[in-house]
Design a protein around this ligand. Structure first.
Ligand code: AMP
Length: 423
């Protein structure tokens, strides 16, 4: 029996992991700079939370959830996204009672039963932020900025990504907009895909972001929310644009961009990869959800959130760079157990002083140990044999400079403490 990872999942290791580490470090730094606190929620929740929080008519809830009964017949679901869980935590922990907005971020695996392909997986990773408790348009701009800045910080170039923004209005103007859309599509139903035919009644906004070619053409000609937007939502949108300029985020207005759920309000945005050749072109996106906290049992709390697809960001970076790990020291030893013990002692000393260090564990020849040091991309080698053991000395070799020197163990200790090596 040969075991394989389940379809749509994969192992992350080697060079790819170096990029993940870089991305994760950038996330932590960026979140801290902007005063977002980390939250961990369970990877599974009550199924009902997602039905309510994501929406019954979404693809996620209709087709993509990993739902199971536990041994006590409770229906649980692996989280398909992060917002519902964070909002549940916000309500359950009564965070609305403190200083608002509450600014949170998460970073972890999500699960959707999707058609697995490059850039689309069944277990994938999202960094998300949620800012709960303010309708200030500068907060919308801050959230949009953070997604954009993450892309810049990890090494995506400004010309490689386009920030699309739109407004989906509020309950009032969206109701009018939906009527307009239904009217527009009424005599065009033969020209849209079967999915869109059934969506028109339940969720007409979703017709606008259908990836089907003929649906796309019709969507281009469809009425815009800005034909019917109320003055409050329009003003909000105008202010968001002003703040985006202050945050120096370049953007385009895209009237086809929607978040198709009822409690999504006003601002919607997405980051599109300009180099993407497939439909998996979104690095991330988000929007305002002024109605969601109430929907999930909390007080009225206008909020906005963002989710970035880390797998896609890492994929884009892997196409641009080949990162290499490196090691500060490699200890090579030639001799019996006594020498090996001496080498181990030195290795531990070096590590204690804060330098990465490794050695051979396979009793290899000296030549093979040097090859191993090279494979580890070691900057320096510490070479020990019988003589060094007896004299408490070592040979320090700098690979880049091609120089080496015999020093005492005591000297090595002092040099490491000073942070400057003689070779
Ligand atoms: P969404 O909340 O569905 O808009 O997802 C936000 C971001 O997560 C998307 O823009 C993608 O970058 C990423 N994402 C969503 N679903 C997947 C998936 N199945 N595989 C990989 N990345 C995904």
């Amino acid at each position: 029996m040969k075991y394989k990872v389940p379809r749509g999942t994969r192992d992350i290791l080697g060079k790819e992991m170096l990029i993940w580490n870089k991305v994760n470090n950038s996330i932590e730094k960026l979140a801290k700079l902007n005063n977002y606190q980390k939250i961990e929620t369970p990877v599974f929740e009550q199924t009902e939370l997602f039905k309510r929080g994501v929406g019954e008519t979404t693809d996620i809830v209709e087709k993509e959830m990993y739902t199971f009964d536990d041994k006590s017949q409770r229906s649980l679901t692996l989280r398909p996204e992060g917002t519902a869980s964070v909002v549940r935590a916000f309500v359950e922990n009564k965070l609305y009672g403190g200083r608002l907005p509450v600014k949170l971020f998460y970073n972890g695996p999500m699960f959707r039963y999707e058609k697995a392909q490059k850039g689309r997986y069944r277990q994938f990773y999202q960094f998300g932020i949620e800012a709960l408790g303010s309708e200030e348009p500068s907060l919308d701009a801050e959230v949009i900025f953070i997604g954009w800045k993450l892309l810049m910080d990890v090494g995506i170039k400004a010309e490689e990504v386009k920030v699309h923004i739109n407004s989906v209005g509020c309950k009032e103007c969206r109701t009018k907009y939906k009527e307009k859309l239904v009217e527009y599509y009424q005599d065009k139903l033969n020209n849209v895909c079967s999915n869109c035919q059934t969506r028109l009644d339940k969720n007409p906004l979703r017709l606008l972001d259908c990836k089907n070619e003929s649906c796309g053409k019709l969507a281009e000609q469809a009425p815009s929310i800005f034909d019917v937007i109320c003055s409050n939502c329009n003003e909000h949108f105008e202010h968001v644009k002003v703040y985006l300029d202050i945050f120096k985020v370049p953007y385009v207005i895209d009237k086809r961009l929607v978040r198709g759920l009822d409690y999504y309000t006003q601002t919607a945005f997405e980051y599109r990869n300009q180099n993407a050749t497939s439909t998996q072109d979104a690095f991330g996106g988000g929007g305002r959800y002024n109605g969601l906290v109430e929907e999930l049992g909390g007080p009225l709390t206008p909020s906005i959130g963002l989710a970035m697809g880390l797998d896609r960001i890492v994929l884009a970076l892997l196409e641009k760079e080949q990162p290499q790990d490196s090691l500060e020291f490699f200890v090579a030893c030639m001799g019996d157990d006594g020498v090996n013990r001496y080498a181990t002692e030195i290795m531990q000393l070096v590590r204690e002083k804060g330098y990465s260090c490794d050695k051979d564990y396979g009793k290899r020849s000296f030549k093979a140990q040097m090859r191993l040091a090279d494979k580890c991309n070691a900057k320096r080698a510490i070479i020990v044999g019988e003589e060094e053991l007896n004299n408490k000395t070592l040979t320090l070799k700098n690979f880049n400079k091609g120089k080496q020197e015999i020093i005492s163990l005591e000297q090595l200790k002092q040099q490491l403490e000073r942070g400057s090596l003689s070779v």
